[in-house]
Design a protein around this ligand. Structure first.
Ligand code: GLV
Length: 389
């Protein structure tokens, strides 16, 4: 492909280059995928107000997320198995984020370990925690994140069990992939991926394998989640984890105003309004639809970020103008990674930045922190989760 101008271009290249099993993992929502589709569709329902005859020189997309300076308020979301989309994927994505000046979040279910990513980067990254039944393992994970200099703990609350994604079950998703005949036939056409994987030692869940004892099948995300994730996670346990960590805490996976208020009460530094990219509770509203009611309940006293459905700088602008202080991209950077490694992640960030910057200018704004509802035309009833829009 000659010229890449959109996240969609990266998506097409990614689809050609990544093994089918990992492409399907990334591109799936749970069950009917209604929420997965709504996340994108609802962004499209919001329109922008074009303004003219406004000085558009000296624009800035710089802002802060949890007090950290960012070149634009777009963090890389924690994505499980990123190191299966491209060899050493988490390290490459973290390096691209660092060079660009945006936060990188490492998933508990990453292939490259916390220590590996820390050794290969020079700025602190954020660590995402899944809470497991084995308290000692969780305590050690938190300690490892602290020792690696992570500057925030992103505690995911919406995945104590895995939403069913049909393709993963049918593909027998695992890391590394089991070499069945259909997998071998697919890998035969993905030579770039294969060469990268042959050249790296990082092919298993790096935070888990060698660190946790007595696990059934450490190669299977599904088996791991079912066996190890703590279904009893509640606000009391979250408070204990907050104290154990003792640093900046971001609570991710909040989609309801009542839960957002609980997060505020326990002193979260930020929440991420998220439905996990439509991968968990299919049938829930899109994140952008739920954002206004959550912002209203929080009354501006807790920082709010948003993920799920962002595929362009215009989507970022809409989320910010709706009132989020920051955003996260997951699939949008994975497309870049699977397409072109670190250069592809950088490309994804550049595409989003250019779209954000130019859209801001055409909306008559020069500073990303000044965006607001005045820049948008929002369908009537969008603020009301019970309305049909
Ligand atoms: C894990 O985060 C997943 O959504 O698969």
């Amino acid at each position: 492909m000659a010229v890449i101008t959109t996240i969609d271009d990266l998506h097409r290249l990614y689809r050609r280059r990544a093994p089918r099993m990992f492409y399907d993992y990334c591109e799936s929502g749970s069950w009917t995928e209604q929420t997965f589709r709504d996340n994108i569709g609802d962004f499209q329902k919001i329109r922008l107000r074009q303004r003219v005859a406004v000085d558009m020189s000296n624009r800035s997309t710089a802002s802060t997320m949890i007090g950290e300076r960012v070149a634009m308020p777009v963090a890389l979301a924690p994505v499980g198995m990123t190191g299966m989309q491209h060899a050493d994927g988490e390290i490459l994505a973290a390096r691209a984020a660092e060079a660009f000046g945006v936060p990188f979040t490492l998933s508990t279910m990453s292939i490259c370990s916390i220590e590996d990513v820390a050794a290969q980067t020079s700025k602190p990254f954020w660590f995402q925690l899944y809470v497991m039944k084995d308290e000692d393992f969780v305590r050690r994970l938190i300690g490892r994140a602290r020792d690696a200099g992570c500057s925030a703990l992103v505690l995911t609350l919406d995945l104590q069990l895995l939403g069913q994604r049909h393709k993963d079950l049918k593909n027998g998703l695992s890391a590394p992939p089991k070499l069945t005949l259909p997998v071998i036939a697919d890998l035969a056409t993905k030579w770039r991926w294969g060469l990268g994987m042959l050249a790296t030692k990082r092919r298993k869940f790096g935070n888990i394998v060698g660190h946790a004892q007595g696990v059934g099948d450490p190669a299977s995300l599904m088996a791991w989640t079912a066996e190890q994730f703590d279904p009893q996670l509640d606000w009391g346990k979250i408070e204990k984890l907050r104290d154990l960590w003792g640093g900046k805490l971001i609570l991710k996976g909040i989609l309801d105003a009542e839960d957002a208020v609980m997060a505020q009460k326990i002193g979260a530094d930020a929440i991420v309004v998220s439905n996990h990219g439509g991968r968990q509770l299919d049938g829930a509203h899109s994140s952008i639809r739920m954002l206004p009611s959550i912002l209203e309940a929080l009354g501006g006293r807790t920082e709010v970020h948003l993920d799920s459905g962002i595929r362009s700088g215009q989507d970022v602008l809409k989320a910010l103008a709706m009132g989020a202080q920051g955003t996260f991209i997951g699939r949008a950077f994975v497309y870049g990674l699977g397409a072109m490694g670190q250069a592809g992640v950088t490309k994804a960030l550049q595409v989003i930045h250019t779209e954000l910057d130019k859209t801001m200018a055409l909306c008559g704004e020069r500073d990303v922190t000044a965006l607001g509802r005045h820049n948008l035309i929002v369908p009537q009833g969008f603020d009301d989760p019970t309305a049909v829009v």
